[in-house]
Design a protein around this ligand. Structure first.
Ligand code: ZN
Ligand code: ZN
Ligand code: FE
Length: 769
């Protein structure tokens, strides 16, 4: 009988996920000989048999019986010459080769929460890993946060310094074992060890000390998967207040870690889709509604009916929260917007004025990862911050990048994107690029990605705004390496990002609503209706531009923005805002108000903006809801919280005017503001006014889309930009447009805020000539 032999080359998430043992078992089942190994081009398999049927069955099973964390991007099969003698199927050492592949062959797996098998071992007193904080197996545990380089082998991870003990080594080398080739495999005898400071306590004593510290109302810095986290008792409002004060985080909501879903349901309303999202092995923070009677500290989320919660995701978290027995605040271990601390020394230094104690260990974190954040919009999961568990992942493109593209993203919530062939990879959330530490971290992560993915860019893309830290870096790289750098309009990138995720080619009606982005006319845009494809866009409608006195100061102090709006209104309507001025004079010095007025009159440091985010700010100021924004997006979030309880009411929206000039529609908001002023005067509640305002924004979007459909015939709508982080608005708009027979898309896997810009920039750059 003649033998047939195939060589298979597979790419995707196939290293570190139990793929080779899976192949090994499968080959034995079908009585094939040959081998499987990792290489820098993915996984290589050679299989041989005298039965074509068995070979076919094997190939079929690879895709149909895949291990839980694995994902195949491509599978190439080639018939090669059969060997004359071969008796077994083996897992052989990884091939190290220096080939530079055409696409990204190996996507390292993202970190995964502890699996159920490991969880039951963790709390089984008879198991040798009973209460071992670093328990993991092939189906779970740390991955990308401990990888130095590819291929994903123990020697390329921060587990390299821990030599396997005999028991662990036998699990590691036994293809039938759940821990076969589990690179972070370890136990009490050979693995990482806990330390508690102050006092240099180890192991169980360290855990007991941490629990004691939490019980006392102290703040504990804990070394998590992607960086340090700050924990404190979520029922203790003075502990929470202390954390806020020390972390310089006066108002921004704090996330909770809760033992399990049943416990979470005591404090929050959790629908089925949020339940599913919370329990995923990616373990994001999920934003859910607080119960009306919220039994935890009242300063966890202020002026908001929502809160972010997550379930534990490592053995360490599970032990800690079980021993503490109650919900814990779990927030990133950093000062304000700086990158999270990731080494023990960094934490002891950077967090010494925040944390009272430290629960650390000696397994190094190679790559810094924040917790991911998501919520459910009309029952669909939507990512707001893509980090631990979600990045990196390869986004399959429906077009081909002829060049290796590096897109550097925006300035706030920054990310970058590398794209080649038919794939793009976006980085994890890298924060706001406002200080040196954040910019350094961005550089470091970019270098790590380039190194790990063997990526050398030959085309750069950046935002139009020349002063973004990412734009400056792009220009510097362009000069240094002699590369072209394409400038991409902010809102075009927002829409292109959504188009890429949903594999649309355009034209689409792009509704890009956000805080600010540099427009092609050098004014600040943010309330844009664009007819888009990847090559180009046409601005068909936008909010009427108004003065933004003091530039970014107007964001921090929304009353300044309200003055900008009032200035744009007709004289006779201005007296309607007397009550607003009266209240303003009570809160702000008259000289300061006069100065802002003067700024507007003389246009000094007063850019024009068509931003929808700023309309939300001004409405909040008019309602006296938020006079100072202490964190980004605070005013719109408070408006959303006010409106939400009324969202089931059938309620009218406010009127507004559409003014057409040279084929471009301007949306004038004067009538909205004067009507709100009347509603305030007549005593309507802020909640109802806010809901009416949300209805109005929905109507603006719907009217503009109808108008554009009439003019262009286009009925595909992409909604993107930071304003759509507002779940209430997005739900209203999706329903309204769908009823009107628009095909509606919004970003789900990539955030709609500026974190999504880099993917859009890469897509536009790929289409540039
Ligand atoms: Zn496991
Ligand atoms: Zn061991
Ligand atoms: Fe934006």
């Amino acid at each position: 009988m003649t033998n047939t032999r195939f060589r298979l080359n597979i790419t995707g998430v196939i290293q570190g996920v139990g793929f080779r043992p899976f192949i090994y078992t499968l080959a034995h089942k079908h009585k094939l000989t040959g081998f499987v190994c990792n290489s820098s081009l993915g996984v290589e398999i050679e299989i041989q048999s005298n039965s074509i049927y068995d070979l076919d069955q094997f190939c079929h099973s690879i895709e149909s019986e895949l291990p839980p964390l694995a994902c195949i991007n491509s599978l190439n099969k080639l018939q090669i010459e059969a060997l004359t003698v071969e008796n077994s199927f083996l897992i052989v050492e990884s091939l190290t080769d220096n080939e530079t592949p055409e696409t990204f062959p190996i996507i390292p797996p993202a970190d995964s929460s502890i699996c159920n098998d490991c969880l039951s071992e963790l709390f089984d007193p008879k198991d040798r890993r009973y209460r071992f904080p670093f328990i993991n197996c092939t189906n779970c545990g740390p991955r990308f946060t401990i990888i130095n380089n590819l291929p994903y082998d123990r020697s390329n991870t921060s587990m390299q310094k821990f030599a396997l003990c005999l028991s662990c080594a036998s699990e590691y080398s036994n293809p039938q074992d759940r821990r076969f080739h589990a690179q972070p495999n370890a136990c009490f005898d050979c693995g990482p060890q806990l330390t508690f400071e102050p006092g240099n306590y180890k192991g169980e004593e360290a855990l007991a000390k941490a629990v004691q510290s939490l019980k006392k109302g102290e703040i504990v810095a804990l070394k998590g998967l992607g960086g340090f986290q700050l924990f404190c008792d979520a029922t203790n409002s003075s502990a929470v207040a202390k954390l806020r004060l020390r972390k310089h985080r006066p108002t921004k909501p704090l996330a909770l870690m809760i033992q399990d879903i049943d416990e979470a349901k005591k404090y929050c309303d959790i629908d089925t889709s949020s339940h599913e999202l919370l329990s995923q092995s990616k373990r994001p923070i999920v934003i859910v509604k607080k119960k009306d009677k919220f039994a935890l500290a009242d300063n966890l989320s202020i002026n908001s009916n929502q809160i972010g919660i997550m379930l534990p995701y490592t053995g360490l978290h599970y032990i800690l929260i079980k021993d503490f027995s109650g919900p814990l605040v779990a927030t990133s271990g950093n000062l304000s917007e700086e990158p999270i601390a990731c080494t023990n020394n960094e934490a002891m230094q950077d967090l010494k004025h925040i944390a009272d104690s430290f629960l650390m260990h000696n397994r190094d974190i190679v790559l810094r990862y924040d917790d991911s954040v998501a919520h459910c919009v009309n029952q669909k999961p939507v990512l707001l911050r893509k980090a631990r568990g979600y990045a990196p992942d390869a986004i399959n493109l429906h077009f081909v990048c002829k060049k290796n593209i590096l897109a550097l993203g925006g300035h706030l919530k920054s990310t970058f994107c590398i794209a080649k062939g038919k794939q793009a990879i976006t980085s994890q959330h890298l924060g706001d690029l406002d200080d040196v530490k954040a910019i350094d971290n961005y550089h470091d992560v970019l270098k790590q990605y380039q190194n790990m993915f063997k990526f050398k860019p030959d085309l750069l893309a950046r935002d139009l705004h020349p002063d973004y830290a990412s734009s400056l870096l792009a220009e510097q790289m362009a000069k240094e390496f002699g590369l072209d750098c394409i400038l991409i309009q902010h809102h075009h990138a927002h829409i292109a990002s959504c188009m890429t995720e949903h594999q649309l080619t355009g034209p689409v009606i792009g509704v890009a609503l956000d805080g600010l982005g540099m427009g092609s006319d050098e004014t600040l845009w943010g309330g844009e209706f664009l007819l888009c494809n990847f090559n180009s866009f046409k601005r068909l409608a936008h909010l009427a531009p108004v003065a933004m006195p003091g530039g970014t100061l107007a964001i921090k102090e929304p009353w300044r923005m309200m003055l900008g709006f009032i200035d744009s209104f007709e004289e006779e309507s201005k007296n309607r805002f007397e009550p607003f001025f009266e209240r303003l004079k009570q809160n702000e010095k008259e000289a300061k108000i006069a100065l802002v007025q003067k700024q507007i009159d003389s246009s000094l440091n007063t850019p024009l903006t068509s931003s929808m985010g700023r309309v939300f700010d001004a409405v909040a100021a008019l309602l006296g809801v938020c006079t100072r924004q202490l964190h980004e997006g605070q005013a719109p979030a408070e408006l959303e919280s006010l409106a939400r309880p009324h969202s089931d009411l059938q309620i009218q929206s406010y009127d507004f005017d559409l003014i057409e000039t040279d084929g471009i529609t301007q949306i004038n908001t004067q009538a909205i503001f004067t009507a709100i002023a009347s509603d305030i005067k007549s005593g309507l509640s802020n909640g109802l006014i806010s809901f009416k305002f949300h209805q109005t924004v929905k109507k603006i979007i719907s009217k503009a889309c109808h108008k554009i459909r009439l003019a262009t015939g286009c009925s595909v709508v992409c909604l993107s930009g930071g304003v759509f982080q507002n779940r209430l608005l997005l739900e209203l708009v999706e329903k309204e447009l769908t009823i009107s027979n628009f095909k509606v898309y919004f970003p789900k896997a990539v955030p709609c805020n500026d974190a999504g810009l880099s993917l859009g920039q890469a897509a536009v750059a790929a289409h540039s000539r």
